[in-house]
Design a protein around this ligand. Structure first.
Ligand code: PLP
Length: 411
């Protein structure tokens, strides 16, 4: 059979792993422990000579099935799943960095990631955050002790698009590990592997799960990086093939020791969500484009931030990278409109944090997710005090535009 396309592959992924029972969904295996008739099998599993499960903090058949699905979606050489996106990100950093190392990171990141940088600094890892839309800034930030570059694809809430290809070339030139958090533009929209990413980190809680019922995260090795060249691979993993070294180290020193493991129940929920990811994303992106254009033409809206708009500073790059422009639309109402008052008038749109849900969600940025940051830092980040961030869902577009039409008429 020839290689099937995205959704065909995803919806048939589970049953292909489980030909014995014929289950179409990979079963939820809620066992923490795994027993073996032949004790040598358990010995061999512990010693890495045999594939299998020992204890649910490292893997279960159900988390393995999800890993296989996620890996296939990203065209990787292996993946690991975690209890949340943050568990995936933090575990990856803590496992692959040593005191004295330096990383270059985007200055436009999901808020908890810079908070992790604060923790890394306490353990002797230096972090320089730069404007990743400007490759010169990334280049200038590289030092002798730089080990990796970390960026997201489309930033939240201002929707800056990183110079993903430029950073890929730079990392290749300097032999740096390139980590892309592709939560905003999952595999169906964007293949980070194709711009040279070494590892992909992602929150499966968002578009992949999609239904707001479960948290999960993943790390995927794209196979682009030769880990035999990486200084921080521990001796015990150096004997493995290059493509297995980093993920095994993240699994054995990170997932196993830090314990941010995904439950089998949660893994199956994510896998069920993943089946419709492409359909949901197609719809959400089409809605986002329509709403962005609607808001842009409205006289009570001062500014709209969406990479699908022609006046977006990285519209051209976004067009080359992504199949569509994502479903985050931010906007500033005109100055005399209070964002909280506007949100109060909306009936379909839910005021909530979170993104990548089936439902359209919105929140006043400066008053909530970036409140702790303070006015000065908000201004530096390009966040206006009346900005609203919206994660566009899959509702019928006429209902969304009608909701905004009436809400804007009432403020
Ligand atoms: C939500 C998010 C995360 C964290 O994921 P959780 O599953 O909530 O831990 C990381 N990166 C980005 C870009 C996100 O939007």
């Amino acid at each position: 059979m020839s290689k099937t396309k995205f959704t065909t592959t995803v919806v048939h992924a589970d049953r292909k792993l489980n030909p014995d029972s014929g289950a179409v969904h990979y079963p939820v295996v809620n066992s923490v422990l795994f027993g073996y008739d032949n004790p040598q099998d358990l010995v061999d599993i512990f010693q890495g000579k045999l594939a299998g499960h020992a204890y649910a903090r490292q893997s279960t058949p159900t988390t393995d099935a999800l890993q296989s699905m996620i890996n296939g979606m990203e065209d990787g050489v292996g993946s690991l799943v975690f209890a949340s996106g943050m568990a995936a990100i933090t575990t990856t950093f803590l496992t692959l960095l040593n005191a004295g190392d330096h990383i270059v990171a985007s200055q436009f990141l999901f808020g908890n990631t810079p908070s992790v940088f604060g923790t890394l600094k306490r353990f002797g890892v230096e972090v320089t955050q730069v404007d990743v839309t400007d490759i010169e800034q990334v280049k200038r930030a590289i030092q002798a002790n730089t080990k990796m570059v970390f960026t997201e694809t489309i930033a939240n809430p201002v929707t800056q698009v990183a110079d993903l290809q430029g950073i890929g070339h730079l990392c290749k030139q300097h032999n740096l590990v390139y980590i892309v958090d592709n939560t905003m533009t999952p595999s169906y929209l964007f293949k980070a592997k194709n711009v040279g990413a070494s590892l992909i980190t992602t929150s499966l809680t968002k578009y992949v799960g999609g239904h707001g019922t479960v948290t999960a995260g993943a790390v995927i090795d794209t196979g682009n990086y030769d880990w035999t060249q990486y200084a921080n691979i521990l001796d015990s993993f150096k004997t493995l093939p290059s493509q297995a070294q980093a993920l095994t180290q993240i699994k054995k020193k990170g997932l196993r020791d830090l314990g941010g493991c995904l439950s089998s129940d949660s893994a199956q929920m994510i896998a069920v969500g993943a089946e419709t990811m492409a359909l949901r994303i197609d719809r959400a992106c089409a809605n986002a484009q329509a709403l962005a254009e609607f808001l842009e033409s409205h006289d009570k809206i001062a500014k709209v931030y969406y990479p699908g708009l022609k006046n977006h500073p990285q519209h051209q790059q976004a067009k080359t990278y992504f199949k569509q422009f994502g479903a985050i639309v931010s906007f500033d109402p005109v100055e005399n409109i209070d964002p909280v008052a506007l949100l109060t008038e909306l009936n379909v749109v839910i005021t909530a944090t979170h993104l990548g849900d089936n439902r359209t969600l919105a929140l006043p940025v400066a008053q909530t997710i970036y409140f702790e940051m303070g006015l000065e830092n908000r201004q530096k980040a390009g966040i206006n005090e009346n900005m609203i961030r919206m994660s566009v869902g899959i509702e019928d577009i006429d209902d969304l535009t009608a909701d905004f039409t009436q809400a804007l008429a009432n403020v």
